[in-house]
Design a protein around this ligand. Sequence first.
Ligand SMILES: NC(=O)c1ccc[n+]([C@@H]2O[C@H](COP(=O)([O-])OP(=O)(O)OC[C@H]3O[C@@H](n4cnc5c(N)ncnc54)[C@H](O)[C@@H]3O)[C@@H](O)[C@H]2O)c1
Length: 333
Amino acid sequence: MKISVIGGGAWGTTLAQLLTDNGNEVLIYEINNNYLNEINNNHIHPIFKNVLDEKIKATNSLEEAIDYSDTYLLAVPTKAMRTVLGLMDKLINRPSIFINVSKGIEPETLKRVSEIVDEEINPKYNAGYVCLTGPSHAEEVIERKLTLLVSASLDNDLAVKVQNLFANDKYIRVYTSNDLIGSEVGGAAKNAIAVISGACTGLGLGENARAAVITRGILEIVRVVEFMGGRKETAFGLTGIGDLIVTASSENSRNFQGGKKIGQGMKLDEIYANATQTIEGFRTIYALHELSEKFDIELPMISTAYEILENKLTVEEGMKKLLKRDLKAEDFS
Ligand SMILES: NC(=O)c1ccc[n+]([C@@H]2O[C@H](COP(=O)([O-])OP(=O)(O)OC[C@H]3O[C@@H](n4cnc5c(N)ncnc54)[C@H](O)[C@@H]3O)[C@@H](O)[C@H]2O)c1
C-alpha cells in the first residue's frame, strides 16, 4: 500500500523505512532541504547516517505528498501540527486516513492531536484516525532493534489495519487499543516527566532520584489521563509507563537531554536556540501546568518544572520545594 509521510525528521523517516521493510511504498513530505537532498540523492538521513532503502523518496511539495496516497502518517512536531493540517485540508479531496505519531498536547487549547485533526480536516474527508505510539527511540528502530508499539483508535478495524501495516516478524510487534485518549495523553505526558528526570541527572542526582521521578511521574500521568477521559490501566501499559521508562532513563532521549541542560543551569531560550530537533517535553510541561491550574489537578513535579522553566525557581529551589511538601502515605488510588 502507499503511504504519505508528513514530516521527514527522525521519526517520520524511521517509520518510512519500517513501512518499506514491510513491503509498502512511501513518499516523505519534508521542508528541510538538507534532509530532502540527503534522502533523495544519498539515501541517508543526516540525523542517523543510516542507509535508507533507495525506494524511499522525499518531496517538498505538500500537494505531491497529498496526491500520492490517501493515508497520511503525521510526523511533524505538535507545534506545527495545526498549521500543517490546515494546509493539508486545502489539498485533500478524498476520504483519507490519519495515523499520528507525534506526541504532545497543544498548550494554548489543551487539545490532543486527534482533536486538532477533527478541527482542521473537513469531516467529509476524515475517514479515520489512529495514534501509533509506545516506547520507541527512532535511533533503535532505524537499526531494526526490537520495539513494541500500540495502534490506538476509536475504530477497532482501523486499529487492526494499522497494527498489520507496521508489525513484522523481525523487529516490530504492535498491539491495538481502543483507549485513544489514554494513549495520546500518556505519550505526551511522559515527555514532561522525562525532562524532569533529565534535570535531576543534570543537577548531579543519581539513580534513586530517577526511580523516584519515574514512579511519582506515572502517578501524575495517571491523574491527567483520567481527567481527560482515558483509562488508568492504559497509563500502566506501553504507552504510559513503557514510554516513560524509555524516555526518562535514556541519554538517547532529547527530552531527557533537554532536562539535563536545565539541571546544569541552562535557560530554556538558550536550549531552544541551539536545538536542531523537536523537544516536545517543554511545551507539554506548559500544557499540563495550565491543565493543573485550570482544573485543580495535583501535578507537583510538573508544576514545579513549570516554575523552573519560567525562571521563578532554580532547580535546587524546585527540588527543595518538592521535599518540603507535607509528608503522607504512598497512595496510588
Ligand atoms: N524521534 C523519536 O524517537 C520519536 C519517537 C516517537 C515519537 N516521536 C515524536 O514524533 C514527532 C516528531 O519527532 P522527530 O524526532 O521526528 O522530530 P524531528 O525534529 O527530527 O523532525 C520533525 C520534522 O518535522 C518537520 N517540520 C517541522 N515544522 C514543520 C512545518 N511547519 N511544516 C512541515 N514540516 C515541518 C521538520 O523539518 C522535521 O524534519 C514528535 O512529536 C516526537 O515526540 C519521536
